[in-house]
Design a protein around this ligand. Structure first.
Ligand code: VGL
Ligand code: ZN
Length: 201
C-alpha cells in the first residue's frame, strides 16, 4: 500500500499569499494529475493560532527571517501565515480535494512550530499521520507540496526515520529559498538520507 502526502498546498504559500513560495501554485495541476496514481492520498495543513510563536509579529522588535528561542528550539520567524479559519490557511481552490482521504493539521500549539506533517519540531506531539498510515497498511510514501526546504523536507525525513520507504517528487514541490539554493540543498540532504527521487514523466 502506498500513499501520496500533499504538504501544505495552501493559499498563503502560493503567489499573493502571506508567505508566498515562488511558483507554488504551479504544482496544483501536477498534484491533481498525480493523485489518481496512488492507493491513498493524504494532505497536511499548516494551521496556526493567531498568537503563534513562529510569527515575527508576536515578538517585540523582531522581523521575518530573525531567529529566536521558542521553547528551547531554534525558531526562524515568519510573517503571519496560515491562521486557523482564514482564507490564507485554505487549501488551494483548484486542488482536487475529492481525492484527499484525510487532512492532518499541524502548528496548532502556539509554543512550538511544526514543519513535519508527523510531529512538532520538538517531537513532543504526533499529528496522528503515522498511526493513520500504519492502520491503512501503508509502507511506501511519496511526498510533494510546499515548501521543499521546510515542511516537505521535514515530512520526508520523518517518514524515512519511521521506516517508511520514502520518495520525493521534486517537480511537484517548490522551495521558499530564503537563501538561494536552499531547496537544492534540501533535496540533496533528503537523497543522502535514503529518500528516493522520482521524476515525473
Ligand atoms: C512552512 C514555514 C512556516 C512550510 C510552514 O509549509 O514549508 N514554512 N510554516
Ligand atoms: Zn507555518
Amino acid at each position: 500500500m502506498n500513499a501520496l502526502i500533499v504538504v501544505d498546498l495552501q493559499n498563503d504559500f502560493c503567489p499573493g499569499g502571506a508567505l508566498a513560495v515562488p511558483g507554488g501554485d504551479e504544482i496544483v495541476p501536477v498534484v491533481n494529475r498525480l493523485m489518481p496514481q496512488f492507493d491513498l492520498v493524504v494532505a497536511t495543513q499548516d494551521w496556526h493560532p493567531p498568537k503563534h510563536g513562529s510569527f515575527a509579529a508576536n515578538h517585540a522588535g523582531k522581523k521575518p527571517g530573525d531567529v529566536v528561542d521558542l521553547s528551547g528550539l531554534h525558531q526562524i520567524l515568519w510573517p503571519v501565515h496560515c491562521v486557523q479559519n482564514t482564507p490564507g490557511a485554505e487549501l488551494h481552490r483548484l486542488l482536487d480535494q475529492s481525492r484527499i482521504e484525510k487532512i492532518f493539521r499541524k502548528g496548532t500549539d502556539p509554543q512550538v512550530d511544526s514543519y513535519s506533517g508527523f510531529f512538532d519540531n520538538g517531537r513532543r506531539r504526533s499529528t496522528g499521520l503515522e498511526e493513520y498510515l500504519r492502520r491503512r497498511g501503508v509502507r511506501e510514501v511519496y511526498v510533494c507540496g510546499l515548501a521543499t526546504d521546510y515542511c516537505v523536507k521535514f515530512t520526508a525525513l520523518n517518514a524515512a526515520d519511521l521506516g517508511l520507504k520514502t520518495h520525493l517528487l521534486p517537480e511537484a514541490c517548490r522551495g521558499v529559498n530564503l537563501r538561494p539554493g536552499d531547496a537544492e540543498r534540501a533535496i540533496a540532504e533528503m537523497q543522502a538520507r535514503g529518500i528516493i527521487l522520482v521524476p515525473i514523466c
